[in-house]
Design a protein. Structure first.
Length: 66
């Protein structure tokens, strides 16, 4: 799974902040399969992703910085 294309961002799962709060376990399970955009008042505020994906992105960033 990558973040390279616009299509991938458009296909990202979306939850309202209320849904994320009330279904925290579901949000975690969903985020393990792919990033979840959490919206508040219809605007994206955070993206939740699996720790493996976060580590992969940090490694890419570190490679660009070094």
């Amino acid at each position: 799974m990558g973040w390279g294309g616009i299509g991938e961002i458009e296909a990202m799962k979306t939850m309202s902040a209320r849904e994320a709060k009330n279904g925290f376990g579901l949000m975690i399970d969903t985020a393990r399969a792919g990033p979840v955009l959490v919206e508040k008042h219809g605007r994206g505020v955070v993206v939740v992703l699996a720790v493996e994906e976060y580590e992969r992105l940090k490694a890419i960033e570190a490679g660009r910085m070094g």
